[in-house]
Design a protein around this ligand. Structure first.
Ligand code: PEP
Length: 261
């Protein structure tokens, strides 16, 4: 059985003080829910400046199944890379890292090749990479979703063996659905996620295609998470806007109800 993952991408919100307050507010509730569902995992991904503060709060409140993730990292070990964070530094506080988010691809010109180097570095340092892929509006309207997804998988995951490929998490995030309030329909998301498993089976074999955890991301709230999780191919959500609101707890609660069934 694959773990259900609800990850929160706080994006560029909450400095250390606000991040600590919010974490202290939601953590006991999250823990109560997740503790009863050993097949669930929640990953909080604050901005890098706030990782340490959130880590401190997490150390002070005993929890089960709640982990800390970074929103990005560089692939080099150390050196003259001003403003960047090395994998080993991330590993000091986090167990996971979001890589190739569409906002990084769009605003900071991250390519699949760069994402690929980061994926290798994350695995090397024992971090769980949450690799984001997804088509933009134009590609969606031109019916190019499958070819875009196929290319992104091939390029972003180049050089991984089947075991490594089964360990990572993929987040399918149609760019047109991120932060727009316009989520993909659950059946649309499921079709693409099913296709991702198909591409996976071609490259890495049937076992890896069954093992890979694939999340949907794009305008998920407590009102629609149930629709996505009702599809067996969708293993959870990467939540943006709603992850910095109390609604995040509701998303986790609703997910737990479905996982329980
Ligand atoms: C995201 O940032 O990964 C995301 C899915 O954002 P939102 O939920 O706000 O669409």
């Amino acid at each position: 059985m694959r773990t259900t993952i609800i990850a929160g991408n706080w994006k560029m919100n909450f400095g250390p003080q606000q991040a600590s307050r919010f974490t202290a507010e939601i953590l006991p509730e999250l823990d109560k829910i997740i503790r009863q569902h050993p097949s669930m995992l929640s990953i909080l991904c604050p901005p890098s400046i706030s990782l340490s503060a959130v880590h401190q709060v997490m150390q002070s409140i005993p929890t089960h199944g709640i982990e800390l993730g970074a929103q990005n990292m560089y692939f080099e070990d150390k050196g003259a890379f001003t403003g960047e964070t090395a994998p080993e530094m991330v590993k000091e506080l986090c167990s996971a890292v979001i890589l190739g988010h569409s906002e990084r691809r769009n605003y900071f010109h991250e390519t699949d090749e760069l994402v690929n180097k980061k994926v290798h570095a994350a695995l090397h340092y024992g971090l769980l990479p949450i690799v984001c892929i997804g088509e933009n509006t134009e590609q969606y309207e031109l019916g190019e979703t499958q070819s875009v997804i196929r290319d992104q998988i091939h390029r972003s995951l180049a050089g991984l063996d089947a075991e490594q490929a089964s360990q990572i998490v993929i987040a399918y995030e149609p760019i047109w659905a991120i932060g727009t309030g316009k989520a993909a329909t659950a059946s649309e998301a499921n079709m693409v996620i099913h296709y991702i498993r198909y591409v996976y089976s071609e490259i890495y074999g049937a076992d890896a295609a069954q093992a890979i955890r694939i999340l949907y991301g794009g305008s998920v709230t407590s009102a629609n998470i149930g629709e996505f999780l009702a599809y067996p191919d969708i293993d959870g959500g990467l939540i943006g806007g709603a992850s910095i609101k109390p609604d995040f707890v509701e998303i986790v609660r609703k997910s737990a109800e479905i996982v329980k069934k």
